[in-house]
Design a protein around this ligand. Structure first.
Ligand SMILES: CC(C)(COP(=O)(O)OP(=O)(O)OC[C@H]1O[C@@H](n2cnc3c(N)ncnc32)[C@H](O)[C@@H]1OP(=O)(O)O)[C@@H](O)C(=O)NCCC(=O)NCCS
Length: 198
């Protein structure tokens, strides 16, 4: 990992209690809230919002205008495309049934976990309480409503499986029998499924 100091753009708003790892860049107007932990060698793009307590693993890349709300954990090397939205309340309301404003005590956070090497395409939305598996790939504009398995490629609203994704990102179609691809990736030549999944 890098030993370079983190670079924080003067217009970024980083809470004093946030942890920022070495070699990480935080760009214009990004906001990183209290207790957030951003690892080493990450890129946090322009206008990104990183909420209280969010964790971004080492070598993560979060592109412009994405919103990571409380409860989100990204493992090592996760890619978040531009304008991605992580939700944290499945049944949102501004007010209680009696019309009183909701407070932090009136709702429960449903966490989201994005595992090692996974990638989320531009403008995708992830519903609270879901896990996106290792090296999974979520197509642009998808709405993730259920867990996504390791190496799974999903697209659409709601996001549905359309095959597997190689670690290089190439789409590997399921067989005619509906079974996941088995063989060598035509793009990078790696055997799939990989022997070691990390
Ligand atoms: C999902 C994805 C990985 C598929 O890549 P691919 O296999 O090369 O896809 P193709 O362009 O060959 O398209 C195959 C089919 O999937 C459809 N498709 C592709 N991407 C789609 C998406 N995001 N949502 C819905 N359908 C999609 C295509 O329309 C096409 O359907 P058709 O055969 O009926 O015409 C890719 O399209 C994608 O969304 N990548 C993310 C890009 C992104 O957001 N990058 C962020 C940084 S800018």
């Amino acid at each position: 990992m890098s030993e370079r100091p983190a670079r924080i753009h003067p217009t970024a708003d980083v809470a004093a209690t946030a942890e920022i790892g070495p070699g990480t860049s935080i760009w214009n107007q990004a906001q990183v809230r209290e207790g957030a932990r951003i690892g080493a060698d990450c890129i946090i793009g322009k206008n990104v919002y990183v909420d209280v307590g969010v964790v971004v693993g080492d070598r993560g890349k979060v592109q412009n205008n994405s919103s990571l709300y409380h409860g989100v954990t990204l493992e090592y090397g996760v890619f978040i495309g531009p304008h991605v939205c992580f939700t944290n309340d499945r049944l949102p309301r501004a007010i209680n049934p009696d019309g009183s404003p909701k407070t932090d005590a009136d709702w429960e956070v449903s966490p989201i976990l994005v595992r090692h090497g996974a990638a989320l395409g531009a403008n995708s939305t992830v519903l609270a309480g879901t896990t996106i598996g290792r090296w999974a790939l979520v197509g642009a504009g998808s709405v993730v409503t259920h867990d996504v398995a390791d190496f799974e490629l999903v697209v659409g609203n709601p996001a549905r499986r359309v095959g597997s994704a190689c670690r290089c990102g190439h789409r590997l179609p399921d067989g005619a029998d509906g079974m996941p691809f088995s063989g060598r990736c035509p793009r990078c030549g790696e055997a799939f499924p990989p022997e070691a999944d990390a």
